[in-house]
Design a protein around this ligand. Structure first.
Ligand code: RUQ
Ligand code: CUA
Ligand code: CA
Length: 649
């Protein structure tokens, strides 16, 4: 359990702290930007000796009964939280409210626990060069979003981006393993990603068929050495990927750099907040305009244009591209895109669970911009002249707003990076106040978080089943919250009870660097398998008696089984210079009975779960005896579970 009992739970405005953070943050806004906000947190909590700060138990101070949120031994959590792993390239699964880490799902990274990037099957998914080596072994995951049926999660898949190499991955939720990775053509800095919440074209289909991917970095197109230093010719592409085949369906050429992506509940629109509508290539140039935009995509129109062949191609890519630039879409009645102006350099766009509004966080502006879905449709219908007329509120909520989650009572919760706070604001009040109602006060509550929150999300908040129970703040800095572990700090995630009028901080847990987006899913939605089906693996060895060594020239295949506490072959002999493939089937059927397989000096290490088959291929260039051993403690005779590989000179 990681509930911290030492922090004030409900922190009324601490004027000193707020003032301090604000001063530096404002300096940051005017000058160098967000990094100044960090100075605030550093100064306030000076780097000190290794001893953690111990603060008084908070029960008295905040009146929070922390035990209410504890998950006692033997009890299960009520939610899963799927969290991206940032530059680790992986995805993690936590339980909430406990904050227990259950699993790390390797995706774009190499993981020697499961053998991801080591087994032939995983290499095929990640992608290899002609010589069988991995094409890429790095990744940067930011946004994890599950597949939908009619506005809520269907428990089938989750999708996640790789910002470094412009790839999208799909993870099966029954086994919690990545099953597909696709590289998007002509894309750099693929960041925002969101599945459609229902199929917008076929009325009978009400599940995710498309995943939308924004790209941040504009480049020459194609990026093959031409127009290197002619930024006017650079542009970004918005990509639609088929959720089933995972192949890109179409792309849209856009002005500006796309950041986050959101989709409407009726399947008609996707959108992306944009910074750098200036098209600059330096930091200063990217902040020149007073306004950037949130660009909306009319899915049906784009697909009609693709069908009608109003497309072009870039380089050798076969993916059709339509022109979504402002200049080409001036007439709303035929436009594929609508650029809604929002204050400069926004971040994060999220849709309210009733499907009515998009909230675009200001980042450099202390505001959130609320755009009404129906009004965007009206603009596309030619009923509104100015895209800005789709904006129905722009409340001032605090400094450095980044991401917004929603409850089921019409309230929004936005992370304030510079203020190190979560602000709760009411949507109706914001709309009233925008219309001039002086009595309407959008901001309802604030709570401090430690420190510098990035993403924040509510339980089921990205679905129409938002339940208004919890908000999780994924903070970028954790100074003094955990036992010090050297210069690389853990990040902190803080759980906030949002069920009442006042937000209450109820638990902290550490998160390995660096979580970006996460989502909180009710546990009943996830149905996992505990054992594989051996018949799914065409290369399985279904009986230990069938273990054998097959040689074809210099290629040797070892068909092997594992069954506690022995491998199906006690030894096998190969020659120096052979290319050896070991296909290992775990015959054990008992839940949780995993075996591992490692070969010294050959860089081989992977596991096979019950009834699973995996394979590895390697060269034997070192004559000698190698003990292949089980790495996963499986049996009282686990240590004895080994076989000899004899490599002849
Ligand atoms: S981003 S901290 Cu990569 Cu989702 Cu906003
Ligand atoms: Cu099999 Cu340890
Ligand atoms: Ca800008």
């Amino acid at each position: 359990m990681s509930v911290h009992k030492e922090e004030e739970a409900v922190i009324p405005q601490d004027p000193g702290r707020r003032k301090f953070l604000n001063t530096t943050a404002i300096a940051g806004l005017a000058g160098a930007g967000l990094s100044m906000g960090l100075a605030a947190c550093n100064k306030e909590q000076p780097a000190g000796p290794a001893a953690p700060a111990v603060k008084p138990i908070a029960a008295a101070a905040g009146g929070v009964d922390y035990t209410k949120y504890e998950v006692p031994p033997g009890q299960l959590d009520t939610y899963y939280s799927f969290s991206s792993g940032g530059e680790s390239g992986e995805v993690r699964i936590y339980g909430l409210p406990s904050g227990r880490l259950f699993k790390r799902i390797p995706v774009f990274n190499i993981d020697c626990l499961v053998g991801w990037g080591i087994t032939n099957e995983s290499k095929k998914i990640i992608g290899t060069n002609a010589d069988g080596s991995l094409k890429y072994c790095t990744g940067d995951t930011h946004h994890v979003h599950p597949s939908y049926t009619d506005g809520t999660y269907n428990g089938k898949h989750i999708f996640v981006n790789d910002k470094i190499h412009g790839r999208i991955a799909r993870i099966r939720l029954d086994t919690m393993e990545c099953d597909k990775i696709t590289e998007l053509p002509n894309v750099q800095g693929y960041h925002g990603t969101f599945p459609d919440k229902r199929d917008p074209v076929d009325e009978k289909i009400n599940y995710t068929t498309r995943v939308f991917c924004g790209s941040e970095f504009h480049t020459p197109q194609p990026n093959d050495g031409r127009d290197l230093n002619d930024p006017k010719k650079y542009f970004c592409l918005f990509t639609c990927v088929d959720a089933e085949t995972m192949e890109p369906r179409w792309q849209v050429k856009v002005d500006g750099n796309m950041d986050l992506v959101a989709t409407s509940y009726d399947g008609k629109l996707a959108c992306s907040n944009q910074y750098n509508t200036e098209g600059g290539v330096t930091y200063e140039e990217m902040m020149a305009f007073e306004r950037d935009s949130c660009v909306f995509f009319d899915i049906a129109r784009i697909e009609a244009a693709v069908k009608a062949g109003k497309t072009f191609h870039i380089g050798s890519s076969k993916v059709p591209v339509v022109d979504g630039t402002k200049a080409a879409n001036a007439d709303p009645r035929t436009a594929l895109t609508c650029y809604v102006p929002v204050p400069k350099n926004p971040h994060g766009v999220n849709v309210t669970p009733d499907g009515k509004y998009y909230a675009c966080a200001g980042k450099l502006s202390p505001t959130a911009t609320l755009i009404e879905h129906d009004l965007v449709l009206k603009w596309f219908d030619g009923q509104l002249k100015d895209p800005r007329d789709t904006v129905v509120a722009e409340p001032e909520i605090g400094l450095g707003p980044l991401h917004t989650g929603f409850d089921n009572r019409g309230n929004a919760y936005t992370t304030l990076f510079l203020d190190s706070q979560i602000v709760k604001w009411n949507i109706d009040a914001a709309i009233k106040s925008f219309k001039g109602d002086k009595a309407a006060k959008p901001v309802l509550d604030r709570i401090d978080v430690e420190y510098q929150p990035g993403h924040g999300f509510t339980s089921m908040g990205e679905t129409k089943e938002a339940d208004g129970k919890f908000f999780l703040s994924d903070n970028k800095f954790s100074k003094d919250r955990f036992l010090p572990v050297g210069p690389l700090h853990p990040e902190s995630a803080q759980l906030i009870d949002i069920s009442g009028d006042k937000m209450k901080l109820v638990a902290d847990h550490s998160v390995y660097s660096e979580p970006h987006d996460s989502i909180i899913i009710r546990r009943d939605i996830i149905r996992t398998r505990q054992v594989y089906d051996i018949n799914e693996f065409p290369n399985a060895t279904k009986d230990a008696k069938d273990c054998r060594v097959e040689r074809k020239g210099k290629k040797v295949t070892i068909h092997l089984t594992s069954q506690a506490p022995a491998f199906g072959l006690r030894e096998w002999t190969v020659k120096r210079g052979d290319e050896v493939t070991i296909i290992l089937t775990n015959l054990d059927k008992v839940e949780d009975l995993t075996h591992g397989f490692a070969i010294p000096k050959h860089n081989i290490n992977f596991i096979v779960n019950p009834q699973e088959t995996k394979s590895v291929t390697f060269k034997t260039d070192k004559p000698g005896v190698y003990w292949c051993y089980c790495t996963s403690f499986c049996h009282a005779l686990h240590l004895e579970m080994r076989s000899r590989m004899l490599v002849e000179a």
